[in-house]
Write a protein of this length. Structure first.
Length: 370
């Protein structure tokens, strides 16, 4: 995993996660093994109407009531926003001699079902490639899924490249986005899987009851009480008792939120505790105990969740920000890195990360016309 390739690439990564709140973009230099430079990052928040429409479309897929007209319109809007992110990255770059070689474009996931061999990311890679005159890698997940894998998580190989130098011994890298996923790293041993909801249930209930997009720093969760009966119901779900490899659609646990009988404040506390509890419980699937937990993603800003992970795990818990690795941009950096690996036909998924039978590459390349 740590061999060097001769050529170094400048690659932009574009990531829109299951929180469905915007686009993160990063420009890095890598040969597909090592990362040589972290050059510039930027973020673009989705407009409110895009956020609303994305969640509607995601629910439509889950309920199998799809409006393809809505999807086509949304796809173009998202592509324009991603183009804006690319242009901002190019403008922020201060080295006029730097030429971007590649773009890793994840797209916006609206539906993920490995059982049905489908994972849908909205976006138009042809459009981005033609508008920027830069090759674009897209469709990172589908090859893995069609060959029996979960299609997620894909970032563990980057987690290993990014974090293994900073720490000795077995560590856990926890990404808390809309969905939480976790990577166990101990030398060459890398194990990863989705653990359960991250921020998606909390964010959606904050919008429903408090007209807020998220629970800022977990302040509301800190004020409420945990509904132990409801927590027990959530924790008994079959997904949590399923052994890895496993991955999750953002709408899977929404079946428990149909009722509005619960206290909104206590609901936020319970869902936040649930996120922390599922992460800690999932560590039981690791090959060995870990000596440190590093948290990245939007959930790293939620003090209630990070505190509960520390209390429940009895481990040292730190955020990636505390060691100089921006928690916001780990995923966008990862897709810049994965794009280069796809271009070079290097592996991006493994039996211990997605459950694929043997390690494989992935992605489709879209080159500019003319």
């Amino acid at each position: 995993m740590c061999k060097k390739n001769v050529k170094k690439f400048y690659s932009i990564g574009l990531m829109s996660g299951t929180s469905m709140d915007g686009i993160d973009a990063s420009l890095i230099q890598t040969d597909g093994f090592m990362i040589y430079d972290y050059i510039v990052n930027c973020s673009i928040d989705y407009p409110v109407d895009i956020k609303v429409k994305l969640k509607e479309v995601s629910e439509q897929f889950h309920e199998k009531q799809i409006s393809w007209a809505d999807i086509h319109k949304l796809k173009r809007s998202l592509s324009d926003l991603n183009l804006s992110a690319i242009n901002e990255i190019l403008e922020k770059n201060t080295d006029p001699s730097l030429k971007v070689d590649l773009i890793g474009y994840h797209g916006q996931t609206v539906y993920h079902s490995p059982l049905n061999k489908i994972s849908i990311q909205l976006g138009d890679p042809k459009y981005l490639s033609n508008m920027t005159n830069i090759p674009v890698i897209f469709n990172f997940r589908i090859c893995d899924i069609l060959n029996g894998g979960q299609g997620a998580p894909l970032t563990p190989i980057y987690h290993a490249a990014r974090f293994s130098k900073a720490f000795q011994g077995p560590i856990a890298v926890v990404n808390i986005g809309g969905i939480s996923n976790m990577t166990y790293i101990d030398g060459e041993c890398v194990v990863a899987f989705d653990t359960g909801p991250g921020n998606c249930l909390i964010d959606d209930m904050m919008t429903r009851y408090f007209s807020e997009e998220f629970d800022n720093e977990g302040r509301l969760a800190l004020q409420g009480d945990i509904d132990s009966k409801f927590l027990e119901t959530l924790m008994s779900d079959e997904f949590l008792n399923k052994k890895p490899p496993k991955s999750l659609d953002r709408n899977y646990f929404h079946k428990y939120l149909k009722s509005s009988e619960k206290s909104p404040q206590n609901l936020i506390s319970t869902l936040s505790y649930f996120t922390a509890n599922t992460i800690v419980d999932a560590m039981g699937y690791f090959p060995t105990d870990v000596n440190k937990i590093i948290i990245c993603g939007g959930g790293s800003k939620n003090k209630y969740i990070t505190q509960k992970i520390s209390e429940l795990s009895k481990k040292e818990v730190i955020t990636s920000d505390s060691i100089g690795i921006s928690s916001r941009y780990v995923e966008s950096e990862a897709f810049a890195y994965l794009a280069v690996r796809c271009l070079l036909n290097l592996h991006i998924s493994y039996p211990t990360t997605t459950g694929i039978q043997s390690a494989m590459s992935g992605g489709s390349i879209f080159r500019p016309i003319g």
